[in-house]
Design a protein around this ligand. Structure first.
Ligand code: SF4
Length: 470
């Protein structure tokens, strides 16, 4: 079991496990769970923790929903379509639940932090048994226990969480990979960008104690992990809630000292907190990868102000200049929103101009979607869909040739690749990433998965590179 988990959690886990083991003895069939995750890396890592809890309560993972005894959706609220997908899935499960009344159906994640969304579930999807939020994953054993005892819908959500709960600190995770890992360094966000729901669903910023982060990464290194991605909504403001000085750059320095770790990545960064100290650390620390994801969202100062992003186009371009001077080979990716309320043709052209100037390696591009509860949702001048789509296409027409142009720089170069998995389309082909985050395909034996190897790039495409092992 896990040192540090509170007694009540351990007892609840043991209780659920005893019940599942007893039924296994009766039926000879192991209890199974099906988990579906929406949204960001934070959610992916939360699902790794949920899986660990379920497997330590005697459940086994299945990818067959029909066959499972426990179904859980870890939800996202950043865009409307993620929310609608969950309602669609829950609706489709009504019949299965009628045929399998002993099936337990749970919903967690950012959507459940919103009272409005919880009320929709409680009123329209009464077959949902357990509802919990983003900051009390560790309580899942107790919630299952309570449901098993009462057979009544269990709702447990901590609104506006301001603290880091010890149990979350020590909660282990069934990590998807055995050689690269997500590590939370902080939770929540204080930026309140006017289009974003995250500060309302993930609570106020709170940084984990550096010693807990370093211990977690040392334990990962001891298990053979080579790469860690430090996670937070805004990692650049790490340390601000600690009652002593310990900046994000200082944390990188400490992680850089850990033997066995070869690569350090981090996301997500906010331009307003990208300090010279951090840029210097990226240049100096040998394990910090030469890739930065720096969401810009728009190139128009008028829109950036309305978004409450707290920097201007000029500030952002200066940061890019400093970054490229300090880390010449750095790859830069970003997030861009098209069609923010009030966005004019001139504003959009400012975004195209910024994209031309920065010349990104990759970008996540989004059509603005109204999020109830955010300031932008109440703004006038919502941009019509056809204009949004037309601008979105023009943005891609500018971005993609630049992606290809940046990838051309890799032709005939030998790059270090961390081999991640067998290509989905061809089992002879492996895929992995360079330190700059480029996705590379090459032929090789799957025994190389988890290893750092050298690959010579022979073929360049817009989104990927191809080569052969050296
Ligand atoms: S920085 Fe802005 S966009 Fe990012 S999570 Fe915080 S509020 Fe949302």
């Amino acid at each position: 079991m896990v040192k540090g988990l509170s007694q009540e959690i351990l007892e609840a886990m043991a209780h659920v496990k005893a019940r599942n083991d007893f039924e296994y003895k009766q039926t000879g069939k192991k209890k199974t769970y099906f988990i579906e995750t929406y949204g960001c890396q934070m959610n992916e890592h939360d699902s790794e923790k949920i899986s660990w809890l379920l497997e330590n309560m005697g459940y086994e993972l299945t990818d067959n929903k029909e066959d499972s005894d426990f179904i859980i959706y870890n939800t996202c609220l950043v865009r409307e379509n993620a929310e609608l997908k969950v309602y669609g899935q829950l609706g489709a499960l009504k019949d299965l639940k009628r045929r399998k009344p002993e099936l337990i159906l749970a919903v967690c994640g950012c959507m459940m932090q919103r009272e409005e969304a919880r009320n929709v579930i409680l009123s329209k999807y009464k077959h949902v048994d357990i509802i919990f939020g983003t900051s009390n994953i560790h309580k899942l054993p107790q919630l299952i226990n309570r449901f098993n005892q009462t057979n009544e819908t269990v709702v447990d959500v901590v609104e506006d969480n301001k603290e880091i709960i010890d149990d979350i600190e020590v909660l282990e995770a069934n990590r998807k990979y055995s050689f690269k890992a997500f590590v939370n360094i902080m939770y929540g966000c204080n930026n309140f960008c006017s289009y974003c729901i995250v500060p309302y669903t993930r609570g106020r910023e709170r940084s984990r104690e550096p010693k807990n982060i370093i211990r977690e990464i040392e334990e990962l290194a001891a298990k053979g992990y080579k790469e860690v991605t430090l996670l937070g909504q805004n990692v650049n403001s790490y340390g601000k809630t600690l009652d002593y000085d310990f900046s994000f750059a200082k944390l990188l320095e400490e992680v850089n000292k850990i033997d066995g770790i070869e690569r350090i990545r981090f996301m997500t960064s906010h331009p307003k907190d990208l300090s010279d100290e951090l840029i210097m650390a990226m240049a100096k620390l040998d394990k910090v990868c030469e890739h930065l994801h720096l969401p810009v969202q728009s190139g128009s100062n008028r829109i950036l102000k309305a978004m409450n992003r707290k920097y201007t186009k000029e500030d952002y371009l200066l940061l890019i200049e400093k970054l490229r001077k300090a880390v010449p080979d750095i790859a830069i990716s970003t997030d861009i929103i098209v069609g923010f309320p009030g966005e004019t043709e001139e504003d959009f052209n400012e975004t195209l101009d910024l994209v031309e100037k920065v010349r990104y390696d990759s970008a996540f591009t989004f059509l603005y979607s109204i999020r109830e509860g955010t300031r932008a949702a109440k703004m006038e001048e919502q941009v019509p869909d056809e204009i949004k789509h037309e601008r979105f296409q023009r943005l891609l027409d500018v971005l993609y040739p630049i992606f290809y142009e940046n990838n051309l720089k890799y032709k005939d170069r030998v790059v270090e690749v961390l081999v991640e998995e067998v290509s989905k389309n061809n089992e002879k082909v492996l895929s992995g990433r360079s330190r700059t985050g480029k996705l590379i395909h090459f032929e090789g034996d799957k025994d190389l998965i988890g290893k750092l190897i050298d690959v010579k790039i022979t073929t360049v495409k817009t989104f990927t590179l191809e080569g052969h092992i050296i």
